[in-house]
Design a protein around this ligand. Structure first.
Ligand code: FMN
Length: 358
C-alpha cells in the first residue's frame, strides 16, 4: 500500500507525494480579478504539496461572482499569474488552475447581467458582492445557442492557464456551481439534450472536459465533483447513477485525475446526507482518484490503505500550514486556520502562518 509520502503520477504530472493542496478561494486578487504578488508568496510557501490546485479562477466575467477572486480571461490576468506559477516552480512545486463558472451563484453586480444556469432557479441565501451579502437573483436558463460560447470561454481559460505557466487545469464541477447545476436534478429541469436522463445531464460536463482536454491535453486536465449531498441548494435524487455515469465519461476522456469533495455526516465544511459515492466512482473511473474533506494524516493514510483512493487533498490544513507534508512526516502539531481571514484582503492570515522549525 502506498503511503502519503510516496510519489504518484497524475497524468503528465509527477507528484512527489500524495498530499495535495485542495482549491481554496482566498480573495487576494484585485477588484478587477487580477492576481497580485502576494499570491506568489502564498503559493510558493506551499510548494511542498504533491500538487497545488489553485483557488477557483473565473473563466469569464459572466462566470465570476466572488469579490477579489482571480480570473483567466484577459491578457492582463495571464501576465499577472506568471510570477505566481514561476514562484511555485522555483520552489520545486507544481500547480494547476481550477477553472470556475459559478452560474446562478454570480450576482449581476459582478457578472454584468442576469446570472445563467441550467434552468430558471434561484440559489438559496445570499451572494458575495462588493457591497456585502445580497440575495441571490433568479437565473435564466442558458440557451442552446450560448453553449458553444461557454465552451470557448473554457477553452480560452485553459489555454491561458498554460500560457501563464500552470502545469494543468482542474474543471470545477463541484459545490453547486454551473456544471453541478446542470448535473443534478433539483436544479436542472431542461427538456432538451442537456436535461432529463443522466446521459443528458452529464453532457455539459463531458463537453467542457473534452474541450479543455483537446486544448491542453487530457493528461493535464483534472475534474472536481461533490457527489454526496446538498451544496448551495444543488442536489440529486440518485447520486450513484448520476456520478457513476459521469465518472465513466471522464474515464473515457482519460483525464489526469478525478477529485471528490465528500464531507462525512459530521463534516465541518458541509455535511453528508448519505454515505460517500466514492466507491461507485472508484469502480467506474480508471485513473487516479483523490479524496477530500476533513482528512488528517491518519485518516488519509487509512483511506489509501483501504484502496478507495490514490491521494488526499487537504484544504484548511494547508491554508494554515504551509509546510504540511513536513509536519505530517515529523508528527508535528498543526496551526489552526482562522476563518476571519479566509477571504479577507492583505497578508494577515494569508502568508503569515508559521512553518515549523526544520
Ligand atoms: C476558505 C475556503 C475556500 C475554498 N475555496 C474553494 C474553491 O475555490 N474551490 C473549491 O473547489 N473548493 C473550495 N473550498 C473547499 C475546499 O477545497 C475543501 O473541499 C474543504 O475545505 C474541505 O477540505 P478540508 O477539510 O481539507 O479543509 C474552500 C474551502 C475553504 C475553507
Amino acid at each position: 500500500m502506498p503511503t502519503l509520502f510516496d510519489p504518484i503520477r497524475l497524468g503528465a504530472i509527477e507528484a512527489p507525494n500524495r498530499i495535495l493542496m485542495a482549491p481554496l478561494t482566498r480573495g487576494r486578487a484585485t477588484r478587477a480579478h487580477v492576481p497580485t504578488p502576494l499570491m506568489a508568496d502564498y503559493y510558493a510557501q506551499r510548494a511542498s504539496a504533491g500538487l497545488i490546485i489553485s483557488e477557483a479562477t473565473g473563466i469569464s466575467r459572466q462566470g465570476l461572482g466572488w469579490p477579489y477572486a482571480p480570473g483567466l480571461w484577459s491578457d492582463e490576468q495571464v501576465a499577472a499569474w506568471r510570477p505566481v506559477t514561476h514562484a511555485v516552480h522555483r520552489a520545486d512545486g507544481r500547480i494547476i488552475a481550477q477553472l470556475w463558472h459559478m452560474g446562478r451563484i454570480v450576482h449581476s453586480s459582478l457578472g454584468g447581467g442576469q446570472p445563467v444556469s441550467a434552468s430558471a432557479t434561484t440559489a438559496p441565501g445570499n451572494a458575495h458582492t462588493y457591497d456585502g451579502r445580497q440575495p441571490f437573483e433568479l437565473a435564466r436558463p442558458l440557451r442552446l445557442d450560448e453553449i458553444p460560447g461557454l465552451l470557448d470561454d473554457y477553452r480560452r481559460a485553459a489555454r491561458h492557464a498554460m500560457d501563464a505557466g500552470f502545469d494543468g487545469v482542474q474543471i470545477h464541477a463541484a459545490n453547486g456551481y454551473l456544471i453541478d447545476q446542470f448535473l443534478r436534478n433539483n436544479s436542472n429541469f431542461r427538456d432538451d439534450a442537456y436535461g432529463g436522463p443522466v446521459q443528458n445531464r452529464i453532457r455539459l460536463l463531458r463537453e467542457v472536459t473534452s474541450t479543455v482536454a483537446d486544448a491542453v491535453g487530457a493528461d493535464r486536465t483534472a475534474v472536481r465533483l461533490s457527489p454526496n449531498g446538498d451544496t448551495q441548494g444543488v442536489n440529486d435524487s440518485d447520486p450513484d447513477a448520476l456520478f457513476g455515469a459521469a465518472a465513466e465519461a471522464l474515464s473515457a476522456i482519460g483525464i489526469a485525475f478525478l477529485e471528490l469533495r465528500e464531507p462525512g455526516f459530521e463534516g465541518t465544511f458541509g455535511k453528508a446526507e448519505r454515505e460517500p459515492v466514492a466507491p461507485t466512482i472508484r469502480a467506474a473511473f480508471k485513473g487516479p482518484l483523490v479524496l477530500n474533506s476533513d482528512y488528517t494524516d491518519v485518516s488519509g493514510q487509512a483511506a489509501l490503505n483501504s484502496g478507495v483512493c490514490d491521494a488526499i487533498a487537504f484544504g484548511r490544513p494547508f491554508l494554515a500550514n504551509p509546510d504540511l507534508p513536513h509536519r505530517f512526516r515529523s508528527h508535528l502539531p498543526l496551526n489552526k486556520d482562522d476563518p476571519k481571514t479566509w477571504y479577507s484582503q492583505g497578508p494577515e492570515g494569508y502568508v503569515d502562518y508559521p512553518k515549523a522549525a526544520a
